[in-house]
Design a protein. Structure first.
Length: 367
């Protein structure tokens, strides 16, 4: 069998990053097997499991899929134990990937980790699993947090940065509010009732459009949404995504990389989330930070509103808070515009993802 590397990316954002990893690995001369999505498959990944079977959010979701994850780990271990497997590439998704990192090291495979666990937010003890690992992050606050734990992290340029320079129309000329309820199925269904109420409540500010991260989510939304709310599918190509997002007046979404992507297009954002009860309670206890969205973390202050639905909170109070937040965003358009212009400068890494992959393979991987 031809030498190969094993790659694991567990959700949409990882699939975007993983496409660059797969292309670099194959250009270097290795086959790529593992977990990914459509983008990674198009780049040449041989999937042993599609990432759509993986996404979970919150402790209750994980408990419900324990049996599936145990079966997958056994399957992944067989791949990592294969003598033709030359390295393991982990992309985000630490709940699973840290277990696979441990297995890879057990079999003597060098490990590359892109978008490592967010130890700046909680569970900093996870840093110990990345000793003797080639680790790459996008954000300065990540490399600082790992440095404090004695772990060196390479800063790489986020692919969103390369596509953040498109021409943007003035916010005042845009008419549409995009709603991004989540790329994980369980998150989408948990957020959806709140997001539908929000879309109807904010219709005076702009036309509500729900955006699906992929085709399966599009089908779910078409089935669940009322006829007065339209649905669009997010383009796969990064340049097309940039143009698509730049047409919005505002993006309201679940905290994640999609909000960062929108803000880099010059679009104001609001994080809106309804966690399950257990996740909410544990977050209150263990989270070290009180900022949830990446744009605010990069700007080092809460420029954009973040609204968390408390368990059993009445929707009327939540919608009132959301209405006030939207009104204030548009009233303070000058300061918001300055913040949006500053944001891309925080993402200038030292090298590209592809360059970091080549360096890792050259230094640590034997054919």
């Amino acid at each position: 069998m031809k030498p190969f590397v094993f790659i694991c990316a567990g959700e949409d954002s990882g699939d975007i990053l993983g496409e660059f990893v797969v292309r670099a690995v194959r250009e270097y001369g290795f086959e790529a097997f593992g977990v990914g999505g459509h983008r990674m498959e198009q780049a040449g990944l041989h999937t042993i499991e599609h990432f759509e079977n993986f996404p979970v959010s919150g402790f209750l979701d994980v408990l419900q899929k324990l049996s599936f994850f145990r079966q997958f780990i056994r399957k992944a271990e067989r791949q990592l134990a294969n003598p033709d497997c030359c390295a393991f590439f982990a992309i985000d998704y630490p709940g699973l990937n840290l277990k696979l990192v441990k297995l890879a090291k057990k079999y003597g495979k060098p490990v590359y980790y892109l978008a490592p666990p967010q130890i700046f937010a909680w569970k900093k003890n996870r840093a110990k699993f990345l000793k003797n690992t080639y680790t790459c992050a996008f954000f300065p606050f990540e490399s600082k947090a790992y440095a404090e734990q004695g772990i060196f992290v390479n800063l790489v340029a986020h692919p969103f940065f390369e596509n953040s320079k498109n021409v943007r129309s003035e916010i005042s000329t845009r008419e549409t509010i995009y709603f991004l309820p989540g790329s994980r199925e369980r998150v989408l269904f948990r957020n959806l009732p709140l997001y539908i109420e929000a879309a109807n409540h904010l219709s005076s500010f702009g036309n509500p459009v729900f955006v699906a991260s992929r085709k399966t989510m599009y089908n779910h939304l078409k089935e669940k949404l009322p006829s007065n709310i339209s649905v669009e599918l997010m383009p796969e190509n990064l340049e097309e995504r940039a143009i698509f997002l730049s047409k919005a007046k505002l993006v309201i979404g679940n905290p994640g990389t999609a909000l960062l992507e929108a803000s880099l297009r010059g679009v104001p954002i609001i994080a809106l989330i309804r966690p399950d009860f257990l996740t909410f309670a544990l977050g209150k206890i263990f989270l070290k930070i009180r900022i949830l969205s990446l744009p605010n973390l990069l700007l080092k202050k809460k420029v954009f509103p973040e609204i968390v639905a408390f368990p059993f909170q009445k929707s009327s109070s939540l919608l009132s808070e959301l209405h006030r937040s939207v009104k204030l965003l548009f009233e303070e358009s000058s300061s918001i515009k300055l913040a949006l212009e500053k944001l891309p400068k925080t993402l200038e890494g030292n090298r590209s993802i592809q360059e970091s992959v080549f360096e890792f393979l050259l230094k640590f991987v034997k054919r």
